[in-house]
Design a protein around this ligand. Sequence first.
Ligand SMILES: [Zn+2]
Ligand SMILES: [Zn+2]
Ligand SMILES: [Zn+2]
Length: 753
Amino acid sequence: MKRLRIRITGVVQGVGFRPFVYGFARARGLAGFVRNSSAGVELEVEGEGIDSFLEAFRSGAPPLSDIVTLETEEIPLEGDREFAILASRDDGESTCIPPDVGTCGDCLGEMKDPADRRFGYPFINCTNCGPRYSITRKVPYDRPNTTMAAFEMCPDCRREYDDPTDRRFHAQPNACDVCGPRTEFVHDDTRLFGKAAVEAAVALLRSGGTVAVKGIGGYHLAVDAENADAVSRLRERKRRSNKAFALMAPDVDCVRRFAVVSDEEEALLLSMQKPVVLLRRRENQSLPEAVAPGVPDLGFMLPYSPLHALLFPGRSSPRLLVMTSGNLSEEPVVKENGAAREKLSQLADAFLHHDREIFMRVDDSVVRRFGNQTIFIRRSRGYVPSVIPLGEDGPQVLACGADLKNTFCLTSGEAAVVSQHIGDMENHETLEFFEETLENLKAVYRITPAAMAHDLHPRYFSTRWALEQNGVEKHGIQHHYAHVGSVMAEAGLKDAVIGVALDGSGYGGDGTVWGGEFLVARRNGFERRAHFRAVPMPGGEAAARNPWQMALSYLADLHGEAAMAAAENSGMTERVGRTAVENVLKIRKNRSLSPLTSGAGRLFESVSSLLGVRDVNTFEGEAAMALEAEAAQGEGGTYPYDIHGSDPAEISFSGAVAALLKDAGSGVSCGRAAARFHNTVSAAVVEMVRRLHNETGIADVVLTGGVFQNRYLLARVIPGLSALGLRPHINARVPANDAGISLGQAFLLRSLL
Ligand SMILES: [Zn+2]
Ligand SMILES: [Zn+2]
Ligand SMILES: [Zn+2]
């Protein structure tokens, strides 16, 4: 007979943990209590056989829970008879908010059951599913602290909420048709509510209309994905580049009609996080080109809120929807009804609103499979704000991230919390989103940063914001060093690594733009040991949008004054115009207009243009992605490259560019030339790393930066390094692109303090 006090931290609130403890203790005849605390969950149990209780406890915990620490302490008996669930106690420590979780099978079943009292109710949820992070204003995660506070539970819902044996026991967003949120459909002068609202939205989608649908973390713009006119109209209205639209399908069978789905990909689609999964499109599917122009992959997700599921009522509905974020081009996704009316009325024909407020906006996450692992393109809804364990204690810091695909990172103790996707920091709205999310996560995790990390780029919004903050120590951390740090943090690499950071651009600090970097990186500093040879970037940032400008720079690099003739031979003059070519070649000679760049992204884009694949990036990375898509499998050829000098050594691909132009001119297919180019870069990376390994003895190699989202490249570099007995590491918890920078900054900053 004894009594234990047990304190548990981790994801233990809002995931059915207390009912689990309650049922578990009662079944074993134990007395005591359980309650939420700000630190997690606290319980006291009294009775016999408590040790076996503890053992079974960990293995039987609810599926959404994640126990980080469990501390026990024996205390005097109190003679309790019953086991009870007590009200929450706020004891001043931090805890976690669970991420938003896709609707569970039980809830979906009830929603489709005409006999159930929640038949057709779009806000059904239980302790195993539903909104969490997006509706929580502060911890502890209890109903009054969520946007559900506005809805008073009806007696039926209250009974479920209070019944420890019920699946909705203390399910904070518990609601029904009688007492909970409801939908509203607005189309011109028509206003409909509840079931009629959803039916009207479906009918409008079926007839080709665009509906702005309020979901979990913000609005989507929805159209019938198989209606070519509707999709093209949406693309025109959004004026959105060629970026692929995300698709929502009612089930995996439907996804399979359009894309190839492996078992692992199916598991990802069905996972509780319900991310957008990038899948290879089937050859003979008939989707309109405007859904995803010129790319081999399609991004699919399954309905993750009950309202989404109701958009697919069966035969009368579109079987596949485009679900793209509801925002004006570069602004954050819209989350409020009023803002939706104001900003989306030019884009949507009608609105499907609801009256449950979204407190935290959070975009859809995007993932893909590579080999036997899942890689993140965007880590947001479903994953944030889950903690990334750092495996060691350390100070509380804030890392502000980079300006493209911004995220920030807060740390406390062993935990790193990386924010959801904030977006490109180029307007006031995005900066506001950054600030409000930061305030929220600081409050939730009770973090007061002792120091702050930022990028070195003086013109980054994030840098300028950091430098304006008072009363906190600030450290600039080089962009590519931070990329490398992100993998060190994830993989727990504490000693020196060879870091290969390939991306579009990052501030180098030496007057050139970096992006093809080989660093020997330690936690307290790095040396730039090699880089891709720098070439002028004619027109600066404009060259990043126009790969043909960068391609001309490579031609000039190769042919000098004969570049004009080379541009003519390659067909570029015809495509972009003689005057444009002449201007760029002129600008290229002016160093103040044409900074030098070693950016790997720029090299890939140039080759894309030289091979006639893409001359323009309508979104970041487009030309390089299209080039990867062209690369023919099974092609083993390579082009010449050259490594010269040391510390830093320079890797020149001039020979490769010359050989590839020759290939293109002599009828070698674009696919083979693209593959040979990829093979060449892979070989150069492996060779450079081999040399650095020989010089330093370091065997841990980090591959990161946006260019390493290229699977063709990864699939060659990783085996190449492994064959040398080295240990390659890639990003597994955060994206390899600039969204991962904040984690790396935070990790490195903690080593500096
Ligand atoms: Zn559920
Ligand atoms: Zn109710
Ligand atoms: Zn970068």
